[in-house]
Design a protein around this ligand. Structure first.
Ligand SMILES: Nc1ncnc2c1ncn2[C@@H]1O[C@H](COP(=O)(O)OP(=O)(O)OP(=O)(O)O)[C@@H](O)[C@H]1O
Ligand SMILES: [Mg+2]
Length: 141
């Protein structure tokens, strides 16, 4: 199916530098999914993914930002999240994406979980420069 180009209708940016910020991000992303017209189950999927990725930026990336974009394209509304940090980067993406693999004391399910919860998932990571994770989900697929 051909969807045509996505238009960004709204863009909001949030700091991810404290536990409080993580809570703010959860609420902001929940509200954005409601604006977008997602049902409760999809709202929770997107909020969970946002929460995992924001927590990664905070814990592993030393803090960063999360931007929320409300998208429109022919036949569907969507939400895109861009989570950016200027931390150490992810040296081995294969390992990082493996469920149960963690470099720290987590469960190692954050990245893999976020990928499964969203329609689109992309990681751009550079050693010593930082990590940008971009994910999106659409109301009609
Ligand atoms: N933004 C990031 N910057 C640097 N490394 C990261 C980043 N995000 C993830 N990683 C690396 O990828 C690994 C896997 O991430 P993932 O979120 O799947 O698990 P976790 O954060 O270790 O544990 P969990 O999220 O389940 O509590 C992390 O342990 C870390 O080494
Ligand atoms: Mg994690």
């Amino acid at each position: 199916m051909h969807h045509g180009p996505a238009q960004v209708a709204v863009r909001r940016e949030y700091e991810v530098r404290s536990e409080d910020d993580l809570l703010t991000v959860r609420h902001a992303v929940r509200a954005a999914t409601v604006e977008c017209g997602f049902g409760l189950v999809d709202q929770t999927r997107v909020v969970t993914a946002a929460s995992e990725l924001a927590r990664n930026a905070y814990i592993h990336g030393g803090g960063g930002t999360l931007s929320v974009e409300l998208l429109k394209r022919r036949g569907a509304d969507g939400i895109r999240l861009v989570i950016q940090d200027e931390g150490p980067g992810i040296p081995d993406m294969g390992a990082a994406m493996t469920d149960g693999w963690t470099s720290g004391s987590g469960l190692g399910h954050g990245l893999g979980g976020a990928r499964r919860l969203m329609d689109e998932f992309h990681v751009d990571t550079r050693p010593g420069i930082g990590t940008t994770v971009t994910v999106a989900r659409w109301t009609v697929r």
